[in-house]
Every structure is written in structure tokens, then in C-alpha cells.
Design a protein around this ligand. Structure first.
Ligand code: FAD
Length: 464
């Protein structure tokens, strides 16, 4: 194999020192010439392992061949057959454990930059191809309700609209996109350009969106089906219920869940001077946890001006966040206190956080997760002064819909019970994404939404 094929072309990025103080996108992506150069590294394997490792089986070698030939519109058409959110997935998918993790070039060298190529094609399409014509469902088309406008709900609605159904998406918040809007920060996923464009592509298919509707409160699933004429329902309500540590001091002012902190910053644009949304990062912030959400919260707190420390109870090897995210966080100046766990949050006389009391940990025997369990070192307590504590310990599905919908069952962890195609325990009601699996990934949610669309189509045809 030629030596130049082994190394990938690095995408350009904003300087870490500059970007640590702004919310603009970190990665600039490839330009056309760079994309063609990187595409020419693909070996076009007869048995493309990358396709098998993609949760939605995008025909990767085919789109990369089109990029290599400069046929960017052709590449976009190949991707569109399997993905409705390519500019998003090209930016946020954990490619290193999926397509890129299976690339043959990765055995001796570096895998093809598949994610960056997908992103290039999607961005090129947005900037160069005309938007498709606005469509409307035919009068009398069967009505399907989609609950939640995250990737699962949007993908399900888009596919059903293409099949001729009249879809209405009901969204609890005042803006659409789910975690893509309120969780993932602007510096990883620009909202007004990238996200809004992909949502517009879906509404142009004739999908209606009603915001500020909390299904289970404003209207129930039973009312949608019995009174409002929806013949099937898809639930894509995500997993937005935060977990806490249950340690003393968690009720003090200045303690946030990562979801609340990121929502204030992203959705309510607290980071912009022309918005008055309160968000408190303070001079020093501590983020508890080691996942991708913790990295997003830490990098956001840093950009809001806080000296930020991630506190995690295992070592760097066990950090669940993507290596790229940890690398970016470190480059920007986020500090890490590893093998450390909070035991108490300490407040001042006005009820605001002033410090976190922590204990040092060591790794013991492997636990149920297969990872070595963190064990406290007695007598090693110490304090870290801080004004803000952001708890990023994972989330679970909200129990509201299971509690308010007759016949809809949830499991012990709060996930809705559904089969592979998304059929729940209630006939005509389907579900997918984080609402079923618990917190997972954008592409898995999108894939679940698309599978459920096919199952809803089959269900409605079987009743026609
Ligand atoms: P969501 O995106 O959560 O959308 C659910 C929607 O339903 C929300 O808009 C919610 O308001 C709405 N809703 C909830 N209840 C109701 C109701 N009763 N009535 C009406 N509407 C309701 N994944 C990746 O692949 N890569 C990443 O880099 C990545 N980073 C992440 C960063 C953060 C901070 C977070 C929190 C998650 C991240 N994830 C990432 C995970 C990914 O975003 C989720 O797995 C994905 O968004 C799940 O999609 P979903 O459609 O199932 O749910």
C-alpha cells in the first residue's frame, strides 16, 4: 500500500486559544479539493466493512467514489437514500467506533475520514443545490402523530410524509430539534445554518410541526387517537430526565443538571449578549461526570468565562467521552481531576455553592460493566472551591407518556417497551430513539425513527 494512503488529511480547526472564548464551530471541515483528495484514499473494498458498521448502512464507498469524481450532487443523492440528517451525523456521529472504526485502512494506518466527507457533501448540497419544492399531503391522507422533534421523530415524520401520510409533530419546547437544538452546543453543531436547514428539508415534505405541546399534559395520546383522528402515533420523546448523586448540598443555588445548563445556553441563547436568559457559570465551575455531555457542559462553561474542572471517578482510560472531545476540551483549557468523586457540595451563608468536598479514588476489581470499580481512599477528602456545579451523570426517559397512556408499558429503567420495528404494547403506538433505548446516539435515534415509519406504513396498510 502506498505510504501516502496511510495518513488521513486533517480537517482545519479554529485555534484552541481563540475558540475557547467563542461559540463558533470548532472544525471547519474540508473544502472541495481537500474532500476529493481524502476521497481518493478509499480502497473501495469488495466487502465494505464500513457499511456494515454504519447503523443505517449508508453506501459509503459509493458516495466516496462520487466525491472523488467531483460529482458532489451524486454523492448527496447516495447518502440521502439512507440518511435524512447527513450534515448533523457527519458532525456528531461517533465514527471512530462505527464506519471509520471498521475501515481497512485503519489496520495499518489511518481510516478514511468518512464523517468529514459526509459533512462536506451535506454542506456542499446546502450551499449549492436548490431546495426541493414544498409539498403537501393529499386531502384525506391518513393522519399520524409524531411526539417529539428530535432525530427519531424528525426521521420518522420525513419518511412517512414521503409515503403520503399527513404527519403532525408535537413538540413540548418552543423550538424543534430535541437534543440537537438544546443539548449539543453551537460550537459542535451550528443551529441557524446546519440544523435548521435539515429541519426545513423535512417540513418541506409536508410535515406540520406544533411546538409548545406537551403530550401527556396539553393533550394525551388517547385524545389524539380517539378524538383528533390520528390513526397511528410515534413516540420519540428522548431521555431528558437528569440523574443526580443524592449527596448533601445538591439543592444549593449554582448546582445544575448538564441538561438544564446546556438548555439555558443553547436553546435560550444565554451566551449571546443580546439575550437576557440567566445562566450562571461563575469564575470557577466543576462538571461531574466523564461522558460526551460532560465535555459539552465543560466546554460551554469555559466559553462562558469559568475556569472549568471535570471531576471523574475513574482514570482517563475509562472516560466514556469520545477521545476527540476530551482532546478538544484539554486543548481549550478544561482541567481534569481524575480518580476523584464529590461527597458533598458546600454553600455560603446565602445558599450559593462555594466549594465541593471530594474524595480520592483508586480502581478495584471489575464491576458489572466490566470496568474496574472506583473505590474510595479513606481519609483523602479535600475541597475544590467553585461557584457552579454541573451534574452530568446520565439521563433517563421521562415517565410522563407511560403514565398517561392506557396500555403503554415501560421497563425498569423508564424506557418504553417496543419491538425491533418500534411497535409498543399499545396497538397503533410506535416508539424509538432514546425514549426506548435510554440515552444513546443521533444515528441510532434516526435509524429507529425510519424503521418505525416502515412499520407504521405496514400497520396502516394492514388495516385499510
Ligand atoms: P431527543 O433528541 O431527546 O428529542 C426528544 C424531543 O421530544 C425533545 O425535543 C423533547 O422536548 C420532546 N419531548 C419530550 N417529551 C415530550 C412530550 N411529552 N410531548 C412533546 N414533546 C416531548 N449523540 C451523538 O450521536 N453524538 C453526539 O455528539 C452527541 N452529543 C450529545 C450531547 C448532549 C449534551 C446530549 C444531551 C446528547 C448527545 N448525544 C449525542 C445523544 C443524542 O443527542 C441523542 O441520543 C438523540 O438526540 C436522541 O434522539 P431522540 O429523537 O430519541 O430524542
Amino acid at each position: 500500500m502506498m505510504a501516502e494512503r496511510l495518513a488521513r488529511l486533517k480537517a482545519r480547526e479554529q485555534d484552541p486559544k481563540v475558540r475557547a472564548a467563542n461559540f463558533e464551530e470548532v472544525c471547519y471541515g474540508f473544502d472541495a479539493q481537500e474532500a476529493q483528495q481524502e476521497a481518493s484514499r478509499c480502497l473501495h473494498c469488495k466487502n465494505p466493512r464500513c457499511v456494515g458498521a454504519c447503523p443505517v448502512s449508508i453506501r459509503i464507498p459509493e458516495f466516496i467514489a462520487a466525491v472523488k469524481d467531483g460529482d458532489f450532487a451524486g454523492a448527496a443523492a447516495v447518502i440521502a437514500q439512507d440518511s435524512s440528517l447527513p450534515a448533523i451525523c457527519g458532525r456528531v456521529c461517533p465514527q471512530e467506533t462505527q464506519c471509520e472504526g471498521s475501515c481497512v485502512l485503519g489496520i495499518k494506518g489511518e481510516s478514511v475520514s468518512i464523517g468529514k466527507l459526509e459533512r462536506f457533501v451535506a454542506d456542499w448540497s446546502r450551499e449549492n443545490l436548490p431546495a426541493g419544492p414544498a409539498q403537501q399531503p393529499a386531502p384525506g391522507a391518513p393522519k399520524v402523530a409524531i411526539i417529539g422533534s428530535g432525530p427519531a421523530g424528525l426521521a420518522c415524520a420525513g419518511d412517512l410524509a414521503k409515503l403520503g401520510y399527513a404527519c403532525t409533530v408535537f413538540e413540548a419546547l418552543h423550538e424543534t430539534g430535541g437534543v440537537l437544538r438544546y443539548g449539543i452546543p453551537e460550537f459542535r453543531l451550528p443551529k441557524d445554518t446546519v440544523l435548521q436547514h435539515e429541519i426545513d428539508n423535512i417540513t418541506r415534505l409536508g410535515v406540520r410541526i406544533e411546538t409548545d405541546v406537551i403530550v401527556g399534559r396539553t393533550v394525551t395520546v388517547d385524545e389524539l387517537m380517539d378524538r383528533e383522528g390520528f390513526q397511528a402515533v410515534f413516540i420519540g420523546t428522548g431521555a431528558g430526565l437528569p440523574k443526580f448523586m443524592n449527596i448533601p448540598g445538591e439543592n444549593l443555588c449554582g448546582v445544575f443538571s448538564a441538561n438544564e445548563f446546556l438548555t439555558r445556553s443553547n436553546l435560550m441563547k444565554a451566551y449571546r449578549d443580546d439575550y437576557k436568559t440567566p445562566v450562571h457559570a461563575g469564575a470557577k465551575a466543576i462538571v461531574v461526570g466523564g461522558g460526551n455531555v460532560a465535555m459539552d457542559a465543560a466546554r460551554t462553561a469555559l466559553r462562558l468565562g469559568a475556569e472549568t474542572t471535570v471531576v471523574y471517578r475513574r482514570t482517563e482510560v475509562e472516560l466514556p467521552a469520545r477521545v476527540e472531545e476530551v482532546h478538544h476540551a484539554k486543548e481549550e483549557g478544561v482541567r481534569f481531576e481524575l480518580l476523584t468523586n464529590p461527597v458533598e457540595i458546600l454553600g455560603d451563608e446565602k445558599g450559593w455553592v462555594r466549594a465541593v468536598r471530594c474524595i480520592r479514588m483508586k480502581l478495584g476489581e471489575p464491576d458489572a460493566s466490566g470496568r474496574r470499580a472506583p473505590v474510595e481512599i479513606p481519609g483523602s477528602e479535600f475541597e475544590i472551591p467553585t461557584e457552579t456545579v454541573i451534574m452530568s451523570l446520565g439521563t433517563a426517559p421521562n415517565p410522563l407518556l407511560a403514565r398517561t397512556t392506557a396500555g403503554l408499558e415501560a421497563n425498569r429503567r423508564g424506557g418504553l417497551v417496543a419491538d425491533e420495528a418500534g411497535a409498543t404494547t399499545r396497538p397503533g403506538v410506535f416508539a424509538g430513539g432514546d425514549a426506548v433505548s435510554g440515552a444513546a446516539t443521533v444515528i441510532l435515534a434516526m435509524g429507529a425513527g425510519r424503521r418505525a415509519a416502515r412499520a407504521i406504513d405496514a400497520y396502516l396498510k394492514s388495516r385499510a
